[in-house]
Design a protein around this ligand. Sequence first.
Ligand SMILES: Cc1ncc(COP(=O)(O)O)c(C=O)c1O
Length: 423
Amino acid sequence: MSAAEITSIKNLTPDSVADWNVERIRADFPVLRQTVNGKPLVYLDNAASSQVPQVVIDRGSIYLEHEHSNIHRGVHYLSMKATTAYEDAREKVRRFINAREARECIFVRGTTEGINLVMHGCGRKFIGKGDEIIISAMEHHANIVPWQMLCEEKGARLRVIPINDSGELLLDEYDAQLNERTKIVAVTHVSNALGTINPIKEMIERAHKYGVPVLIDGAQSAPHMPIDVQDLDCDFYTFSGHKMFAPTGSGVVYGKAKLLEEMNPFQGGGDMIKSVTFEKTIYADLPNRFEAGTPAIASQIGLGAAIDYLNSIGRKQAAIHEQELLRYATERLSTIEGVRIIGTAREKASVLSFVIENIHPHDIGTILDQEGIAVRAGHHCAQPVMRRFNVAATARASFAFYNTKAEVDVLARTIENVIDIFS
Ligand SMILES: Cc1ncc(COP(=O)(O)O)c(C=O)c1O
């Protein structure tokens, strides 16, 4: 979603969000019906893992009851059924991100594996001594550590785009860092710790002026906004199924076919070869070349079902509802004395990180849990972000389209109680 689209969503009147029948949507998610510590569950940890609708659960059951078999290798009925379902899921992914071809969508276990695949396949082949890799100061560890490992191995240099006090990237600094030594830019679309939506289209354009490929960490964007990899013109885009209403173990790394074809395979093994002798292995074509061994068949089929579900409810309407929840929650928490929101960028996704004076985020999380509210407390695998804002940790509420304003009210009231308890 472009910044302009987000802005137009923000400017919508309450009437335009009233269409969203949140209770009907909630009925699709069995996990939300339970109580925790005697209170209705208020699930606000969606940036870590989102919940799974009944249709996705049912699709997994159908696979296990009627289709379970290994893919690609069998000539028997079940194997062909499983292969068709798995490849159908790939085609759904292709349409979901508007990739040109299904073979550009590689199934991986999640974003971490997607980034590691690009680091090993592309980075280790094309990056050498004295080359530079640009990331940003708001990356998840998954988009820092692999590049650091590569720098250590090759003698390359990691450059980091700094952020301002609101949690926005300093694009002038980015411009200054880009040069003929830059070999890849790897940047998150949405920060999991701050909620910032980065202007990635513009950033990709600037990198391409130097012929530099760009990898987008889409872990926090794919679940919450329409993605069009052709329009973005990104070279790689990766995301995790478990953050977008699908089972764990599912995920995708998209890559432009031309680049994927030039890359080294990530792992070696079955299913990624055309022929093997002790002298030489000929690798399979895309996408199999990057999918060694038996993949998470049921999970990826589940991801396909989650995509169907998202399309059926309307991704744009879902995004509008989430923006409204973010606006409302920001307004509510801003009025509570002692609460400081970390991450106040102009363009934000539905992530609200906060600290409370003299109360450790783990204590906040524990007391909220006693009231049935699930938030995350910690460094969110983004320790450099914590350091930038001079905090050890934050509490983080992250919203999905099934959350309600009433839940935000429960959160705000309970935070007030937390402050009372510690005062
Ligand atoms: C921005 C971002 N990148 C990468 C990851 C890693 O995702 P996964 O653990 O699914 O591989 C996360 C998970 O929280 C994330 O938020």
